[in-house]
Design a protein around this ligand. Structure first.
Ligand SMILES: *Cc1c(COP(=O)(O)O)cnc(C)c1O
Length: 380
């Protein structure tokens, strides 16, 4: 089955009791048993729910994986992955990642005795020296947020395999339409479903996809034991949103290309970060592991003034100033004070996350209108 067909059909079967073509919202907490233990596979909705099951199967199919698990947020799904580890274990993570991921690693799990190393991963030689007998997991986000670096998943996976480490990839920015990390050797794919998979800025949710039955058992145990599961309404909304993922992503990619090129030619703009440019440092890797370059773009202003940057953000008409990304509408964000405020300034500056950096989530509106909006905001 190809991608668009899977987006619409995978995991979806007409409701057995009525034939309803759309998976019903099974708004129930519990299920009646005929005799203790004699039930239809459902006991309690934290453990299983038919609406959630359909979504989990659908996301797993899109990622070319065997098992999907949904959580009440992207962070809850990250939480489950780190709970696979024990005190004394170590994690190697890319140094340019979502602020909330950095925060849960450093501020929540460090005090339970798990050690995190943050390093560049453009070149695998950068992180190999951090591997020791306590290392258990490598954490990769690619494209990275907000610097749009590209990490070579296949190369990292080879090193992970050689050293018997798990490799988890946060695939939120690329989505399975553009990149399927399990096919490149990753063990766990993680999503903030809140973003492109949901696609309509109306749900907060997370998901994991794995191939290993053993990993699935462990993660399902954590999903049920810790209890950060999504409700059926939210699962329904994501099932509806995901049906157009391929169409939306095509438009995000087309608009992304037009806007990245426009920004690159603008006299007030200093650097534009977008993996589709031939002079992007890992453009070749992006070409090999991705099927398109997406609609996430970051740029800095000449002079690097935060004040000037704020004035531009205030002038946008179609780009709404907001956290989050991946919805049909365009958003602009100031990472230094918004999504990435939890990362110390020295750390930020080291990776190029300057005070004038603006991150755009280019939506699926008409590119001409979006460019006109950028033009007026930048020209004042
Ligand atoms: C938003 C985001 C997360 C966190 O997901 P939530 O659904 O907000 O909990 C993790 N990784 C990336 C790349 C994100 O953009």
């Amino acid at each position: 089955m190809k991608f668009g067909t899977k987006a619409i059909h995978a995991g979806i079967t007409p409701d057995p009791s009525t034939g309803a073509i759309m998976t019903p919202i099974y708004q129930t907490s519990t299920y009646v048993q005929k005799s203790p233990g004699d039930h239809k596979g459902y006991e309690y909705s934290r453990t299983q729910n038919p609406t959630r099951d359909a979504l989990q199967a659908n996301i797993a199919a899109l990622e070319n994986g065997k098992h999907g698990l949904c959580f009440s947020s992207g962070l809850a799904s990250i939480d489950a992955i780190i709970k696979l580890l024990n005190p004394g274990d170590e994690v190697i993570a890319a140094n340019d990642l979502y602020g909330g991921t950095y925060r849960i690693f450093r501020k929540v799990f460090e005090k339970y005795g798990i050690k995190f190393h943050f390093t560049g991963m453009h070149d695998v030689s950068e992180f190999e020296p951090f591997i020791n007998e306590n290392t258990r997991l490598i954490w990769v986000e690619t494209p990275t947020n907000p610097m749009m670096n590209i990490i070579d998943i296949r190369r990292v996976a080879e090193i992970a395999k050689k050293n018997n480490l798990l490799l988890a990839v946060d695939n939120t920015f690329a989505t399975p339409y553009l990149q399927t990390p399990l096919d490149l050797g990753a063990d766990i794919v993680m999503h903030s479903v809140t973003k492109y998979l949901g696609g309509h800025s109306d749900v907060v949710m997370g998901a994991l996809v794995v191939n290993s039955d053993e990993l699935k058992e462990k993660l399902a145990f954590l999903q049920n034991s810790c209890g950060a599961t999504p409700g059926p309404q939210d699962c329904f909304l994501v099932l509806r949103g995901i049906k157009t993922l391929h169409l939306r992503m095509d438009r995000h990619c087309q608009n992304g290309e037009k806007i990245a090129s426009f920004l690159k030619g603008h006299p007030r703009v200093d650097k534009v970060y977008w993996p589709g440019f031939e002079d992007h440092p890992n453009h070749q890797v992006a070409r090999e592991q991705m099927r398109g370059f997406g609609g996430m773009i970051s740029f800095t202003l000449k002079g690097d003034s935060q004040d000037e940057c704020f004035r531009i953000l205030e002038r946008f008409r179609y780009f709404s100033l907001a956290e989050s990304l991946g919805g049909v509408e365009s958003l602009a964000n100031h990472p230094a004070t918004m999504t990435h405020a939890s990362i110390p300034r020295e750390e930020r500056i080291k990776v190029g996350l300057l005070d004038s950096l603006i991150r755009l989530s280019v939506g699926i509106e008409d590119a001409e209108d979006l460019i006109a909006d950028l033009e007026q905001a930048l020209s004042n």
